[in-house]
Design a protein around this ligand. Structure first.
Ligand SMILES: Nc1ccn([C@@H]2O[C@H](COP(=O)(O)OP(=O)(O)OP(=O)(O)O)[C@@H](O)[C@H]2O)c(=O)n1
Ligand SMILES: C[C@](O)(CO)[C@H](O)COP(=O)(O)O
Length: 224
């Protein structure tokens, strides 16, 4: 099996608040994007990495990215739109065919453990696709409008979705061809088709850099 990885990397990182988009922040000797690319290319089942950047991106071209990485300046106004545009570009230039497994992974998840990636790739034949996720570890509260607790939500069978999320290119394209409102990950688009992607055990170290304090955690996980 030879999969193609698709990395949405067209966000601005407003919650992270650095002076460059968070995928270009340097941690442990390299940018976040380079760490993410390296962990994916270390698995020989990944044939190519497609990075979706913003049309006015000025950073990606300055990085020493490996040959098997190609940047597509087709980022959209939401993550889902960036993924949809990137997938269309991959299919148009022949990097992926309809039956190619496409693994979508947030550029901002630079600490993906290789064994979690391997667990997901072992499910490449799941008929409705598969994604890394972790069962909820904390008690879950729903707030009222004032910020007081309205109720405690039973956490039984609740999982937190991570990336990568792996789907056959044609299925993903079909799933993203509808409206993108409320689509916060690829699995939710596939669920909307009435299908049930498989949950594969992720890893709590697979953090998504979101807020400034996540940088310390990522540095510790990356070993510097
Ligand atoms: N229009 C967008 C928005 C996000 N992303 C990418 O999707 C991933 C996850 O999104 P998120 O963490 O929300 O990134 P940002 O949108 O950059 O962050 P923020 O919402 O804080 O601005 C990131 O790799 C980000 O670059 C993207 O490709 N295109
Ligand atoms: C796709 C994702 O990483 C799964 O947890 C998440 O939904 C992205 O959310 P964001 O608000 O776009 O960072």
């Amino acid at each position: 099996m030879r999969a193609v990885a698709l990395l949405p990397a067209a966000g601005v990182g407003s919650r992270f608040g650095a002076d460059v988009p968070k995928q270009y922040v340097r941690l442990a000797g390299k940018t976040v994007l380079e760490h993410t690319v390296d962990v994916l290319l270390a698995d020989e089942r990944i044939a190519a990495v497609a990075v979706v950047v913003s049309p006015d991106d000025a950073f990606a071209a300055t990085l020493p990215l490996p040959d098997r990485v190609r940047c597509y300046a087709v980022g959209g106004s939401s993550r889902a739109e960036s993924v949809r545009n990137g997938l269309a570009a991959l299919l148009a230039d022949g990097t992926a065919a309809a039956d190619t497994p496409v693994l979508v992974h947030d550029a901002a998840r630079c600490c993906l453990p290789p064994d979690a990636l391997a667990r997901l790739l072992a499910h490449a034949d799941a008929p409705h696709g598969a994604l890394l996720a972790v069962p909820l570890a904390d008690t879950l509260k729903r707030a009222d409008a004032r910020g007081d607790i309205e109720t405690t939500v039973p956490r039984e069978r609740l999982w937190q979705a991570q990336t990568p999320q792996l789907f056959q290119a044609a299925l993903l394209q079909r799933a993203l061809s509808g409206g993108l409102d409320g689509i916060t990950d690829e699995a939710s688009a596939v669920e909307r088709l009435g299908l049930r992607p498989r949950l594969v055990m992720g890893d709590s170290r697979n953090i998504k850099l979101t807020r400034p304090e996540d940088a310390d955690l990522a540095r510790a996980l990356l070993g510097n």
